[in-house]
Design a protein around this ligand. Structure first.
Ligand SMILES: *Cc1c(COP(=O)(O)O)cnc(C)c1O
Length: 344
């Protein structure tokens, strides 16, 4: 997270908006908190260029809840939705959707341990939506193109929301848990096109109905006040730093620096197809366990944390979310160079 956001949040913990109360103590119905929600919604609209055809919602339950909530709200039991299986999270989304309607998996890279984004498939025109995972956090792949189709996308953007501009008009719905690139755990952002709603025949529980939250400005029940506040501060920071275009430039520069080292350092190799490499999570392997050990020790000594790859990939994973600066990536690259030097 950006240091300045943590500092501002610390101030808000002590005295929020001059109220003499902590952000943790105020009413979610207070004018001060209503202003936070409204500013946060406007920031989402500004940053992602969201038109009036869409609702902006702040929900709970994480992206994992959206795996079920999206098909529940959008897909009738006799209808079919298309899914692309590009990683662990896509796979979970597919599993949940099957509870609500027909699911057609158009393509999967599972047999190749998700080392690339599937590309060779046609999207049948009668699909209700096409579900994509824009950044595969665990495997280190990311969409750098979008499929050619008029079918609206439903997209899990949990790990790359606000990292680059996207053409919102291609998306019927996007969702993202805030904790990776947009703030702290507890709130989930959903942006949904209004005409996608109200088309299914099943009865929806109020807490799982997008329309209920849309009608109540996301204040149907007690919202995650602190998480929404942190997300609002984080979005202010994104805006002040060039918006999503500024983030994209910064992320591009960071990714180039790291992937260039992975490609030129003889002791490391990337794990994914070059054209699908993620700018958020870079996955790579060391050539042998001795190098792996030496690299891990140097990382620890330098203060680089959470560098071990997910158990399903092994090796290493460097997460370079928006708040990471170029200098942070440079520290990692220097450690990789030191490892090479020490091998003579
Ligand atoms: C982390 C992650 C999830 C799971 O998010 P929760 O908020 O923990 O449910 C889903 N999708 C992607 C792409 C993720 O990175």
């Amino acid at each position: 997270m950006p240091r300045s956001v943590i500092e501002e949040a610390t101030q808000g913990m002590l005295d929020f908006s001059g109220m003499g109360l902590s952000i943790l103590e105020i009413s979610h119905r207070s004018a001060e908190f209503t202003a936070v929600v409204e500013e946060a919604m406007q920031l989402v609209r500004d940053l992602l260029d969201v038109s009036a055809d869409y609702e902006v919602l702040f929900l709970t339950g994480g992206a994992s809840m959206q795996f079920a909530m999206a098909p529940m709200n959008l897909l009738d039991s006799a209808e079919t939705a298309a899914y692309v299986d590009s990683g662990t999270w896509s796979n979970k989304a597919i599993k949940e959707a099957k509870n609500f309607g027909n699911v057609r998996v158009l393509a999967s890279s599972k047999e190749q341990n998700y080392t690339f984004i599937p590309k060779d498939y046609e999207v049948p025109t009668d699909m209700k939506y096409l579900h994509l995972t824009s950044n595969n956090t665990i495997f280190g792949t990311q969409y750098h193109w979008w499929p050619e189709t008029d079918v609206p996308f439903v997209c899990d953007m949990s790990s790359d929301i606000f990292s680059r501009p996207v053409d919102m008009n291609r998306f019927g719905l996007i969702y993202a848990g805030a904790q990776k690139n947009a703030g702290a755990a507890g709130v989930t952002l959903v942006v949904v096109r209004k005409d996608m709603l109200g088309k299914v025949s099943r009865t929806l529980p109020s807490m799982l109905d997008y329309r209920v939250f849309a009608a109540e400005n996301s204040l149907y029940n007690t919202p995650p006040v602190f998480a929404i506040y942190i997300m609002m501060l984080t979005m202010r920071w994104v805006k002040a730093n060039g918006g999503v275009k500024g983030m994209a430039e910064r992320n591009e520069e960071k990714a180039q620096l790291l992937y260039n080292e992975i490609d030129t350092n003889p002791f490391f190799t990337g794990t994914t197809a070059v054209e699908d490499r993620s700018r958020m999570n870079a996955t790579f392997l060391a050539t042998g366990t001795a190098i792996e050990q030496s690299f891990l020790e140097s990382c620890k000594a330098t203060g680089i944390v959470e560098i071990k790859g997910h158990r399903s990939v092994g090796g290493f994973r460097a997460s370079m979310y928006n708040a990471m600066d170029l200098e942070g990536v440079n520290v990692l690259v220097e450690v990789m160079r030191d490892v090479a030097r020490s091998q003579g």
